[in-house]
Design a protein around this ligand. Structure first.
Ligand code: AMP
Length: 209
């Protein structure tokens, strides 16, 4: 199954991608995590992406598409994959179509903007593996230490309140039109994000049956 997760930043795409990955045994691909890794390693793509990411804007399509193409060509994607954070614009979705990537389902996780701003202020991510936590709703077992790999958990620079507002604006202007794009193809299912990870996961897994 090739699956796309749609939703505003902080809607829970990364967390639910992990749950689906465990259930369906297909890899979760986060373009955001790959870009952050590229920035950390100072690669060419990372250098191109950094200023856009820091300001809450989208990274130019050619940079993201290059990274995505390489990733889905890897062996572990042969049996399907979950895209978290891609496509982010209609032109990116059209590129997927042109690449001949068949999408089986697009799952939107809908969450109110007000909830998003509250959630992002408590979000922490692992510096090493990118796994996502929340100080209240999904805390690490040991404070500041990633449950999955033992790396250090930190607040993302772009989770600062002023950047969150521009990321939400970007989402509504550039990414939300993908809902109509995929609804027109009969692929869109919407799940309303709940207060707890478990409640949302139950809805997500149900929607994938
Ligand atoms: P995320 O971790 O998905 O919230 O992504 C963090 C940042 O990476 C976004 O605010 C964008 O600057 C950039 N980014 C991630 N995925 C994409 C994409 N598909 N297209 C453009 N920029 C992206």
């Amino acid at each position: 199954m090739n699956l796309i997760l749609l939703g505003a930043p902080g809607a829970g795409k990364g967390t639910q991608a992990e749950v689906i990955c465990d259930n369906l045994k297909i890899p979760a691909i986060s373009t955001g995590n790959m870009l952050r890794e590229a920035v950390k390693n100072g690669t060419k793509s990372g250098l191109e992406a950094k200023s856009f990411m820091d300001s809450g804007a989208l990274v130019p399509d050619e940079v993201v598409i290059g990274i995505l193409k390489d990733r889905i060509a890897e062996d572990d994607c042969k049996g399907g994959f979950i895209l978290d954070g891609f496509p982010r614009t209609v032109p990116q979705a059209e590129v997927l179509d042109k690449m001949g990537v068949k999408i089986d389902k697009v799952l939107e996780i809908a969450v109110e903007d007000e909830t998003i701003t509250q959630r992002l202020s408590g979000r922490r991510v692992c510096e090493d593996c990118g796994n996502s936590y929340h100080i209240e709703f999904k805390p690490t077992k040991v404070e500041g230490v990633c449950d999955k790999c033992g790396g250090k958990t930190v607040q993302r620079k772009d989770d600062a309140p002023e950047t969150v507002l521009s990321r939400l604006k970007t989402y509504h202007e550039q990414t939300a039109p993908l809902k109509d794009f995929y609804a027109a193809k009969g692929l869109l299912t919407t799940v309303h994000g709940k207060d707890t990870v478990e409640e949302t996961s139950a809805l997500v897994l149900e929607a994938l049956k």
